[in-house]
Each structure stands twice: as structure tokens, then as C-alpha cells.
Design a protein around this ligand. Sequence first.
Ligand code: FHN
Length: 458
Amino acid sequence: MKCAHHAALATTVAIAIFSSILNADEAAPVPDNPAATQTSTSRATALAAWKQAKFGLFMHWGVYSIYGGTYKGKELWSAEWIQENAKIPFDEYAAVAAEWNPSKFDADAWVTLAKNAGMGYIVITAKHHDGFAIYPSKASSYNLMNWSKTYKGPDPLAALRDACRKHGLLFGIYYSPLEFRLSKKGFHKGDAELLAAGFKYETLGPKPYASNADVVKMAEAQIKELAEWYQPDILWFDGTWNAMGDWSEGDARQALETIRKAVPNVLINNRLGTKDVDFNTVEGKLPETAPKGTWEYCWNLGVFWGYNPRNYTPERVGTPERYIETLVQVTSMGGNYLLNVGPRPDGTFHPMAIEYLTAIGQWTRVNGECVYGASPAPFAKPAWGYATSKEDKLYLIIKTFPESGIIEFPALPTPAERAYVLSDPNHSPLKLNQSEAKWSVELTTRTPFTVVAIELKK
Ligand code: FHN
């Protein structure tokens, strides 16, 4: 009898969830007026600003942050994929979402943390594959502003956009149309296992969309909201790969048309599914050779995208120098670097994340000119570290020092004027030898990631 009662209750909850999502249009208030139009007057100036910014903070933040990779006491190798990885029924996950109250969310603190790390842009997840948005979407009430019973704070997207405008950072929004519970393949990876385990689709919770076509319709509506309401500088798409089932190039073109009408100069990555791309994305292992075109490398501080407290061990996060090295390595290959941290469910950051971002900022504050707006050097990666360049300067970023302290590198066609260590406040001149084939500077310091600037004759 009891379980029948529970089943009836679960069904009631599920129906309540189902109907509230479908009748979402009267639920969500339109956010405050979008900020003034975009900061850039053309896509070319937008791209130049993005390249100058060089270094961004990626943030995966959503209901999954509450789980922190653990489900019913079981620690999984998971974070933002927890609903899929743990096969959490929709209505159970949605009930957790209703209790989410990031009461300590502080947009200004988030943007200041990024700025103090030497970052020039942020990208925040508006909606990940779990389908839960953090902004007051009118297309679905399954969002922080309308679904949570307790959150009374600001619209996080509007607050972050305003904080970026205030602090001079570019504002980026991540959006994934993929919905774990709704793509034609359902839990596309675990479907067969689930069904074999006796799950019936109805026990996976209601599927507010009868088909993937509904997911596409939802995505088109939300992409329109994000572009029109928030006027982002960057739109970072994800989740349109084949698990989506029906997200076609036609759908992507329709979304692009909407976007370009709302924010003509927004920069779009290569994961919307159209050929009109502003930058390509590279994640995970950095390639040996520089990717072609305009590109951005994204990876984690540690190993997880979404918050997982088990991310923060020395073995997993390494040292701040790891991320400084990645920043100079990516710059020396011609890319931008988007470093991801998953904020905690309450809206704060793990102390180690703050410690590492602050340490990275101490290096960029002194040496940032070797990355901001910099390009690859005109020679192959040297054994002692990395090199980047600007019109009239060459930068040597030294990771390992030869015994002699003499740093050699190929000669440049334009003679050098002088050389000095960027972190030397007096820029005292270094001994610089310029022979036909190679140049060299002599260093007394052995501090890893010391940067030598070589000024070329104008
Ligand atoms: O599946 C997602 C993953 O959760 C994360 O959002 C990354 C970020 O680039 N994108 C997908 C995996 O490539």
C-alpha cells in the first residue's frame, strides 16, 4: 500500500513538474533591461579585444554543483554530468533544484577574482546538459529564478554582465542545447542499461518534450533570450554533437541569424554547428603543433568542470605554475586560454581556487605583457621554455635554466636594442649577444617563468 502511495505521490510531483515547465510563459519576469549595446563596433574589433584579453575564466555552475560528484553517498568520477552518470531520475533532480539557494553569489566578487588573476573575460554556463538554466528564461520555468523556492538574489547573468562592464572584462555565456533526459536517445549513454535494469521511461521522470524537435525549439527560444537580453561579447556553445539527435546545421543557421540580429559583433565558437565561426575550441590535451586559425584552449583548474570538492588535491590541481605555463604555452602557439573553475553551490569559490587564481595574478601583474595581445615568436619552441612576440618586442619565458645561465635563441632579422627582465623594476640591461645565426642573453636569476623582454630597433 505504502509504495503505491509513494508511486502516486511521485507521479503527482512529476505531473506538477511537467505542467509547470510546459506552461512556463507566464512564470518568468523579463530581466532588467539589457546593458548598453555591445562594447565593440565590429567583429574585427571584438576579435582584437578578445585576443588582447588572452586569458579568461570559464565557470560551470548549476544544480550539479550541489551534488559535487557524489550521489547517495557514492563518490563518482563526475561533476556537471552527475544526472547522467548517476542516472538520477528527472523529478528527483528537479526537487533538488527547487531547493538550490546560492545565497552567497556575488557577481562583483566573481569578476574581481577573475580580474585579479589577470583574466580579461569570463564565460558562465547559462544552461548545461541537465537543462536547468540560471537565468529567468521565459521559455522554461526550470531555472534558478523561477524554480528555486528560496533563491531571492539577482539574475546571475545580468549581474555578471554588469560586473564585467564595470570592471572592463568581456562577458561570455555558455549554452548547451543538449538535454540528458530529453534527447531522442534519452540517457543516451546509459539507455540500454537503464531499460535492462527495469527502468521505464516514466520512472525517469517526465520528459517535458515529446521529441528532440521540442528540445531544438526550446534551444532556439533560449538562445534568442540570451542574445537579446544580455548582449554578451562571447557566446560559447556546446552539446550540439550527435547525442543531440536532431540539432541540424539548419537549426544552427537559424540560431545564428537570431544571434547576429541581436548582437551583431558577438564572438561565437565552433560548437554551434554552423560554418560561421569566430574561434575554434581545443580542450583536454594541448596539441603538439599550433591549431590553425583563431582558437582557444579550455581546461580545468584540476580535473572537473563542475564543482567537486575532491578536485582540490595537490595531485589534481598541481601548482599555480602549471597554469602559468599553460598560459604562456598557449600564447606561444597563438591561442587564447580559458581556465575553468566550478564555483561552489552557495556561490563561493573553493579556497584553493582563490589561492591559485591569486597566485597566477601575481605573475601576470608583473609579466602579463608577454601574453596580452602577444603572438607566437618567429621560431620553434626553445628547449628552455617558450617565446612570444609583439611588433617590436620578443619575450623569452624561461622555465629551465642552462647551467651557464646563457639563454640562446635564433637571431631575428631586426637588430635588438636592449634586453631586460620584466620583473626587474629598473629594467636593468642584460648582456645581449647578437651573432648572425643566434642571439643570447645571460641571466643570474634561476626563477622559473622569468620573462626576458628583447626590444627591437624601430
Ligand atoms: O560535456 C561537456 C562538458 O561537461 C564540459 O561542459 C565541456 C566544456 O568544454 N564541454 C563538453 C565536453 O567537451
